[in-house]
Design a protein around this ligand. Structure first.
Ligand SMILES: *[C@@H]1O[C@H](CO)[C@@H](O)[C@H](O)[C@H]1NC(C)=O
Ligand SMILES: *[C@@H]1O[C@H](CO)[C@@H](O)[C@H](O)[C@H]1NC(C)=O
Ligand SMILES: *[C@@H]1O[C@H](CO)[C@@H](O)[C@H](O)[C@H]1NC(C)=O
Ligand SMILES: *[C@@H]1O[C@H](CO)[C@@H](O)[C@H](O)[C@H]1NC(C)=O
Ligand SMILES: *[C@@H]1O[C@H](CO)[C@@H](O)[C@H](O)[C@H]1NC(C)=O
Ligand SMILES: *[C@@H]1O[C@H](CO)[C@@H](O)[C@H](O)[C@H]1NC(C)=O
Ligand SMILES: *[C@@H]1O[C@H](CO)[C@@H](O)[C@H](O)[C@H]1NC(C)=O
Length: 923
């Protein structure tokens, strides 16, 4: 039996190994130099190390054994400090746990000058840490042995200390992705040994000498100046350059033409000019840089044809011209690009045929000409491309058949020929060797595929998109063998069959499932789908299926589902992510249950054309719905709402909102909005017109935000479904217009322009700080059924024009500072005293008689408008309030691997565009 040790002994016991360690190693083979150890400990003491990454750095230890320390193997001097925090995929899509671990592993705090003690330090790597908001210490310029300095993404800010230019032995300098600035790069010219320089994402827009300095560095091989705010400068054209530069990355800057000096860098192997504003033709000069292996001109505004000079670059491996406005045909000279592995010409206006000669590009791995206007047939020569992994010709006008030569592409992983004019029969042979295929996308062609029922595909796809192919009438049995399937679209496929049970029990969870517009029958008890389901327009019966809680979009319209909503809506206490819920045109009966509190992300809800009864439950009104469509019996059938109610939006209502046109109901009540009510509200067309056949949310949305049409490419597959219904609602949507700005802190007068919103049925400005008179023009709003101006600081009289109004149900001007007689009309006198109290009004319906005419005194208008607001209000309004729903649908798409890069790119593009337009809006 062991006796437990007294607790008090523990510290001593722990000391023993430490003492032993020190003594035992003191004289023998301890490499570490005493003064350097102390310097390191001092350095450590000033750091913040939340995950205790430097736990091996202790008094008395051999510092050469410490984490991140490398000593010279004979002298024992500290040579290298590798203290980078690591994250495998920092830009992208690391998991939450990976991110957490990374955040915790970052070092922070202060950097002690004790490092100067390390006289032989040649390599210092502090990248990816979090020295948030300290400057780069000036003493770094004194670490004169340094050959490698990496401070990438380490949270530094401020001016780059110019004395870094004293590090004449430095070969690698990476300061990228910090909040650093430099007005001039003159200091860089001192770095005479420099081979690699990365200043990406720094603020260098004032450093117009960057070409001057960097192109002259005698040893520089690689230069990265991505996203530095660089602009055109005529002086760039006349600079004599060194011949050493091999890699030049200038992506994400603001050039409108390629600086001529680049073309004198004859040794260049890689040029990245993606994402500028390059205009006009692709310069012929690129053809002179004969060693070129990488040319990236992605995302510019280049609008010529592809110059022949490019086709002579026979060392070129990577060529991306995507997202420009290139015209003309693809020359058969493309066959000369004999080294090319990556050829991306997508998203241009190229026409003509895909040249036969692409079959000669024997190294080709990626071929993407999607989103052009190419026609003719897919050349059979592609069958020779034995290394081809990605073949994307989607969204063109290619005709002819689905080429048999696809069957020879053994390396093929992604095949996308969707949205073309292909027709005919596809057979098993077309897929015979495609064992590596993971993405098969060929929807929106006129193809037919009815393999033998015993066919076992050679591939395991994750993504199958065969849209309106003809696959029926039997449910495709071959899907049974797809064990990795996560995206499946076999809508409009002529399938008329009972839904097989094996399908619902497939081992993987779908992320996207679209079986709409077939004639599938049977009951479905559970849908194991993570994000998007569309089963609409089939013949499903029985109770509504249970769904996975992360589901974003559920379309069950136009089936024969029956029973109540209760099971689906209420039978789980977990939060639902669902943004879109369509159960219209079914046989659902019973009450609408009061369980909407778990469905707060919902923004489109359609329960129309069912057999629902009872009252609308209160919890439903708490959702930020944009569109709510309930059964006719509620007599509320078609409401379009922009509701940002009860949030914490602050700042002003931007004038830009008046361009939106779409809201028929604008509800901004119960926020912290300040400033004045925009005069331009009379532009809100839906409210200004008395036309009962107005358009609907999506149409309005797209016209207000054409940029978001970009989403068509991605969501589309899901949202096309919604778009498809635009007409249906466009024609039936009634016009119920209202504006509710109540319970904010709006100041100034009520603009008289409000009076031109003749279609408005309800107006609520109560609970603000509005001053001045009530505009006479409100008396022109003849349709007005409800007006609430209570609890403001309005003064003067109630305008006589109000006697024209036939307020039907609600009128309230209480608690203002109104004076004089209440105008006489049948309506105004029918309201109770409560509607008028807290003023100095007289006459019926009040008992107080008017002695003399009320005097109205104008109170000085204190509605001064604060310029600007903390929050970019419109952004908040649009992005949070409206797009949130869309966003909710799309966010998970990030996790669908095949989409995410393209998607991210698109989003980034939208983001940039929006930023530009916000900036120019001056908000
Ligand atoms: C010390 O390092 C040098 C070069 O880094 C290497 O060639 C040599 O083998 C090393 N010596 C020992 C004992 O590890
Ligand atoms: C700097 O560190 C980052 C992250 O640790 C790394 O990705 C980058 O390549 C390094 N830069 C150089 C020049 O080695
Ligand atoms: C394909 O399109 C081309 C040009 O648009 C046309 O000349 C040709 O007849 C079409 N072929 C088929 C099979 O439809
Ligand atoms: C609709 O509900 C009513 C009463 O609940 C019921 O009598 C009627 O049969 C239902 N109609 C359909 C089509 O289910
Ligand atoms: C109302 O809308 C219809 C259909 O969009 C259109 O033809 C008509 O001109 C509109 N009327 C007014 C007054 O705007
Ligand atoms: C109310 O109006 C009267 C004149 O009608 C004015 O003297 C007074 O200052 C006003 N009070 C407030 C609180 O605005
Ligand atoms: C108000 O006027 C009416 C008639 O004009 C009169 O009968 C009534 O007594 C007056 N009331 C007061 C409180 O002066």
């Amino acid at each position: 039996m062991t006796t437990p040790l007294p607790i008090s002994l523990f510290p001593f016991l722990l000391l023993i190994p430490a003492i032993c360690f020190t003594i035992c190693h003191a004289n023998s083979n301890l490499l570490c130099i005493q003064s350097e150890r102390e310097a390191l400990l001092k350095f450590k003491n000033h750091l913040i190390d939340p995950s205790n990454r430097l736990s091996s750095w202790v008094e008395g230890g051999d510092c050469c054994e410490w984490t991140g320390v490398v000593c010279h193997n004979s002298t024992g001097h500290v040579k290298q400090l590798h203290l980078a925090a690591s994250l495998s995929d920092p830009d992208g899509f690391a998991t939450y746990a990976e991110r957490e671990a990374y955040y915790n592993s970052r070092l922070g705090g202060k950097i002690n000058p004790s490092l100067l003690e390390l006289k032989h330090l040649s390599s210092l790597d502090l990248s990816y840490n979090d020295f948030s908001s300290i400057h780069i210490p000036k003493f770094f310029g004194l670490l004169e042995s340094l050959t490698y300095l990496n401070l990438s993404r380490a949270g530094f800010d401020g001016e780059i200390p110019h004395n870094l230019g004293n590090l004449s032995k430095l070969q690698y300098l990476d300061l990228g992705r910090n909040d650093l600035r430099s007005k001039s790069l003159q200091w860089v010219s001192g770095l005479s040994s420099l081979q690699y320089l990365d200043l990406s994402y720094l603020h260098l827009f004032e450093a117009t000498d960057w070409v001057q300095v960097t192109f002259k560095l005698p040893s520089l091989l690689e230069l990265h100046l991505s996203a530095c705010g660089l602009e055109d400068d005529p002086s760039f054209n006349s600079i004599n350059s060194s011949k050493s530069l091999v890699v030049l990355d200038l992506s994400l800057n603001f050039f409108s033409s390629v600086p001529k000096s680049i073309f004198s860098l004859h040794g260049l192997v890689s040029i990245d000019l993606n994402d500028h504003y390059l205009e006009g033709p692709i310069p012929d000069y690129f053809g002179n840089i004969s060693f070129l292996e990488v040319l990236d001109l992605n995302r510019n505004h280049l609008n010529s044809s592809i110059p022949n000079s490019l086709y002579s670059l026979n060392r070129l491996q990577f060529l991306s011209l995507r997202e420009n406005q290139l015209q003309g045909t693809i020359s058969s000279a493309i066959g000369n690009l004999s080294s090319v592995t990556h050829l991306d010409l997508s998203d241009n206006q190229l026409n003509g045929q895909i040249p036969w000669s692409i079959g000669e590009l024997s190294s080709l791995k990626l071929f993407n000409v999607s989103k052009n206007q190419l026609n003719g047939q897919i050349p059979l020569s592609i069958g020779q491309l034995s290394s081809l992994e990605v073949f994307d010709v989607s969204e063109n006008q290619l005709n002819g058949t689905f080429p048999l030569s696809f069957g020879r592409l053994e390396s093929l992983e992604t095949l996308d020929c969707g949205y073309n004019l292909l027709e005919g029969v596809v057979s098993e042979t077309h897929f015979s060797n495609l064992a590596r295929l993971t993405t098969l996308a060929a929807s929106h062609n006129r193809l037919r595929f009815e393999p033998n029922s015993s066919w076992i595909p050679p591939f395991q796809c994750e993504w199958i998109e065969l849209g309106p192919w003809h696959l029926g009438p039997k449910f495709p049995q071959w899907l049974k063998f797809q064990k990795n399937l996560s995206y499946l679209d076999i809508s409009h496929a002529g399938i008329s069959d009972v839904m097989p049970t094996w399908f619902l029990n497939l081992p993987t969870q779908f992320e996207y499932l679209n079986l709409s517009s077939n004639q599938l029958r049977g009951e479905i008890s559970y849908l194991n789908v993570r994000y998007i389901v569309d089963l609409s327009s089939n013949r499903f019966i029985g109770p509504l299926p249970r769904v996975f809680p992360t589901l974003e979009l559920l379309m069950l319209s136009n089936n024969s589902f029956s029973g109540s909503l209760f099971e689906l809506l209420c039978n789980s206490s977990s939060w639902k992510s669902t943004a879109v819920l369509y159960i219209d045109k079914n046989l659902i009966s019973g009450d609408i249950p009061d369980c909407w509190n778990h469905w707060q992300d919902l923004f489109l809800l359609n329960l129309g054309s069912n057999n629902l009864t009872g009252k609308i439950p209160p919890s439903l009104w708490h959702l930020n719905l944009v569109m709510l469509n309930l059964s006719k019996q509620y007599n509320l059938s078609n409401i379009v709402i922009l509701s940002l109610r009860s949030n914490n939006f602050d700042g002003h209502i931007p004038h830009k909102i008046c361009d939106l046109q779409f809201p028929q109901n604008l509800d901004l009540a119960h926020n912290n909005l300040s400033g004045v009510i925009p005069k331009c509200f009379n532009n809100l067309r839906a409210m200004a017109t008395i036309n009962k056949t107005n358009n609907l949310v999506l149409a309005g949305f797209y016209s207000a935000f054409p940029d978001f049409v970009f989403f068509d490419d991605f969501i589309l597959k899901a949202l096309l479904v919604l778009k498809g219904r635009e007409d249906e609602y466009g024609s039936t949507l009634g016009l119920v217009t209202s504006m509710d700005l109540s319970a904010n802190s709006l100041t100034g007068e009520i603009p008289k322009e409000i009076g031109s919103l003749a279609g408005l049925l309800s107006l609520n400005f109560s609970g603000n700080l509005l001053t001045g008179n009530i505009p006479d023009s409100i008396g022109n709003m003849e349709l007005m059924e409800s007006l609430d101006l209570s609890m403001n600081r309005l003064n003067g009289e109630i305008p006589p024009s109000f006697s024209n109004l036939n307020f039907f149900n609600h009128f309230n001007v209480s608690y203002n500072n109104l004076t004089g007689q209440i105008p006489t009309s049948t309506q105004l006198q029918s309201f109770e005293n409560l509607s008028y109290m807290g003023n100095h009004l007289c006459g019926p319906p009040l008992t107080k008689n008017c002695t003399s005419k009320g005097i109205s005194i104008d109170v000085a208008n204190n509605g001064s408008s604060r310029e600007g607001s903390k929050v970019n209000w419109l952004y908040v309004c649009i992005v949070l309030g409206f797009v949130m729903g869309f966003w909710g649908v799309m966010a998970p798409l990030f996790f669908i691997r095949s989409w995410r890069h393209a998607y991210y790119r698109k989003l980034d593009h939208v983001g940039r565009k929006l930023c530009v337009s916000w900036a120019t809006m001056g908000m």
